[in-house]
Ligand binder design. Structure first.
Ligand code: ATP
Length: 365
């Protein structure tokens, strides 16, 4: 059992706030992603969970026990670093056994444990090789072995695949996820790569500027963004934003935008002023029915689909449509949207307006 509960966690460095009032729960056995752009506070959050950095305020619980101020050695959490920090003068076996030997474990037990870990990782045949000549993947496996061998309650991983090239990265991501599924150990994983987070994570926390913007499953984060930041950061191409001045009443399921009326999910509050109509490219339909019109600026052929760049009076947008739909640059097309996928945002705060679409969404910690 290794559940990690984060409550109002905060970290300041002098006047600078790196993490502001984060709260979320990492359930036992979850592969949990901390996602966000560079400098948003992901690594600082991870380091606080591992005990490498002490919080300025707030609490961290591991299996119900408060560990916020405990040193790393008392936390039973293993940290896997990006640059596969191995001991270059030792062979693979000694690198993996090092944490056990330094704990004073009996020789026979160490041998058995290393054999077990080598089996899990499929590296039996390289145990006696020096780490110096190993491939990137094998070095990564050895680094993981050194973390696994301790049987920690949880693993912390800080961009562990960051140094690998794209193809190999994808392979190692699959391997890591498969390893997690075999061991079922709680894992917290930092990445700035939204695709990696979506592919690997059971849950994702999206951070921006020291703040948790949203917390949920990959599907919730993609389909029900809590803020414009999340909608923009997740997905490629990202969500389209059409800016307009408008009014919408509680319980209404229609919105008027520049004289055109569109069906949207039932809204839970009144709203008005500067609003944003958010729609993902795959939910934009090109049609001849009424509504807004847009000029086709560009088409990009992707095999089964094509991405159409359009210029509407409310801003540029992208549509992902079937590759065989005939669309020509320069022509004018009507815009239609799948109503159940629309998110309306308040332009000033960037927050999604509450509606039937995003009930239960956890935003801002
Ligand atoms: P990256 O992927 O670039 O590391 P990150 O989201 O992991 O981004 P953090 O490393 O957590 O970001 O850093 C958050 C902010 O806190 C950054 O602006 C960073 O410069 C600052 N910071 C981190 N550690 C310290 C420190 N020891 N002293 C002062 N500022 C720090």
């Amino acid at each position: 059992m290794a559940e990690i509960v984060i409550k109002n966690l905060r970290k300041t460095f002098g006047d600078f706030t790196a993490v502001r009032d984060s709260s979320f729960t990492i359930k036992d056995g979850e592969f949990f992603m901390l996602l966000g752009p560079s400098g948003c506070g992901k690594t600082t959050t991870l380091r606080m969970i591992a005990g490498l950095e002490l919080p300025t305020s707030g609490e961290i619980y591991l299996d119900g026990e408060e560990i916020s101020q405990q040193p790393p050695s008392k936390r039973d959490i293993a940290f896997v670093f990006q640059m596969f920090a191995l001991y270059p003068h030792m062979n693979v076996r000694r690198n993996i056994s090092y944490p056990l030997v330094s704990q004073g474990m009996a020789k026979a037990d160490v041998k058995a444990k290393v054999a077990e870990v080598a089996n899990i990782l499929g590296i039996n045949d390289i145990l006696d090789r020096p780490v110096g000549g190993l491939s990137g993947g094998d070095r990564q496996r050895v680094a993981l072995g050194r973390a696994i061998v301790r049987d920690p309650k949880a693993f912390m991983m800080d961009e562990p695949l960051g140094a690998l090239d794209a193809e190999f990265r994808e392979h190692m991501a699959e391997e890591l996820r498969a390893l997690h599924d075999r061991m079922n150990a709680t894992t917290v994983y930092v990445t700035h790569d939204q695709l990696e987070a979506m592919q690997m994570g059971d849950k994702i926390v999206v951070m921006n500027n020291a703040v948790v913007e949203q917390f949920g499953t990959p599907q919730e984060i993609y389909d029900k963004p809590a803020t414009m930041f999340v909608a923009d950061f997740i997905g490629s191409p990202s969500m389209n934003f059409l800016h307009f001045d408008g009014q919408i009443q509680k319980d209404s399921a229609r919105v008027a935008m520049n004289g055109a009326t569109y069906a949207v999910p039932k809204q839970h509050t009144d709203a008005g002023g500067k609003l944003v109509f958010g729609v993902r490219p795959e939910h934009v339909r090109l049609s001849d029915s009424g509504g807004l019109r847009a000029g086709v600026l560009a088409t990009e052929y992707l095999g089964t689909t094509q991405i159409i760049t359009l210029d509407s009076g409310n801003g540029e947008l992208k549509a992902r449509v079937d590759a065989d739909q005939p669309v020509k640059v320069g022509e004018s097309v009507g815009l239609d949207f799948k109503p159940e996928t629309i998110t309306l945002f308040d332009a000033e705060s960037g927050a999604a307006l509450p509606s039937a679409l995003n009930e239960g969404v956890v935003a801002h910690g």
